[in-house]
Ligand binder design. Structure first.
Ligand code: HEM
Length: 175
C-alpha cells in the first residue's frame, strides 16, 4: 500500500516538475521575445577608451546594447529567433541551451546585471501558475496584432482577453 502511494506520489511529482519545467520555458521565452527594457543598457567606456570589433571608441563615451537585438540574434537563438517557441529551451542541444541562457540579455549582463533576477523568476512562476490554475484565459480577438510601444520600458496594449473562473466573467472596463 505504502509502495503504491509512494509510486503515485513520485509520478505526480514528476508530472508537476514537468509542468514547472514547461512553465519556466514559457516564461523564459516570453522574457526573451519581449524584454522589458526597450533602450540600450548603458555603460561608459573606461579611461583610454576601448576598441570593439576593430573600432576605437574614446573614453567617457556612453555605449550599450539593446536587449531586443541580442535576444533575437539568430547565431545564438537559432534561425527561428523571431518566433515565440518555448520548446527551444528543451529541444535544442544542451550546449546551445547553455549558450542561450548565458547570452539572454533581458536581465542585463556583467557586473551591473539585475540583482533581482531570481526573485523576479520566482514571482513570475508563482503568478503565472496560479493565474492559469484558477482562470481560463482567452483572447477576445486572437488574430488582432498587439501594439507594442518602445521606450525605457516596452508596453503592450490592445490585448483584450477574457478571464473565466467558474461562472464569473471578468472584462476590462469600457468593453
Ligand atoms: C522581470 C523582472 C525584471 C527585469 C526584466 C529586470 C531587468 C533589469 C535590467 C535589464 C537591469 C539592468 C542590467 C544591466 O544594465 O546589465 C536591472 C538592474 C537591476 N535590477 Fe532588475 N529586473 C527585474 C526585476 C527586478 C527585481 C524584482 C529587483 C529587486 C528586487 C530588481 C533589482 C535590480 C537592481 C537593484 C538593478 C541594478 C543593479 C546594478 O546596477 O548593479 N530587478 N534589472
Amino acid at each position: 500500500m505504502v509502495g503504491a502511494i509512494l509510486s503515485v506520489a513520485a509520478s505526480m511529482a514528476s508530472v508537476m516538475l514537468g509542468c514547472l519545467d514547461g512553465c519556466y520555458c514559457i516564461i523564459t521565452e516570453a522574457l526573451r521575445i519581449h524584454p522589458s527594457t526597450g533602450l540600450i543598457l548603458e555603460r561608459c567606456t573606461p579611461k583610454g577608451g576601448v576598441t570593439l570589433h576593430g573600432k576605437y571608441i574614446p573614453e567617457d563615451t556612453i555605449i550599450g546594447v539593446n536587449c531586443w537585438v541580442v535576444n533575437r540574434d539568430k547565431g545564438i537563438f537559432g534561425d527561428d529567433a523571431h518566433s515565440f517557441r518555448p520548446e527551444r529551451w528543451i529541444d535544442r542541444d544542451p550546449k546551445d541551451v547553455a549558450r542561450m541562457r548565458t547570452n539572454m540579455f533581458t536581465f542585463g549582463a556583467g557586473a551591473r546585471n539585475c540583482i533581482g533576477k531570481n526573485l523576479a523568476m520566482m514571482q513570475l512562476t508563482k503568478i503565472i501558475v496560479e493565474l492559469y490554475r484558477n482562470f481560463q484565459i482567452t483572447l477576445v480577438n486572437p488574430d488582432k496584432t498587439w501594439k507594442v510601444s518602445g521606450g525605457w520600458l516596452t508596453r503592450q496594449t490592445d490585448i483584450v482577453s477574457v478571464l473565466r473562473q467558474f461562472n464569473l466573467q471578468l472584462r476590462a472596463r469600457g468593453e
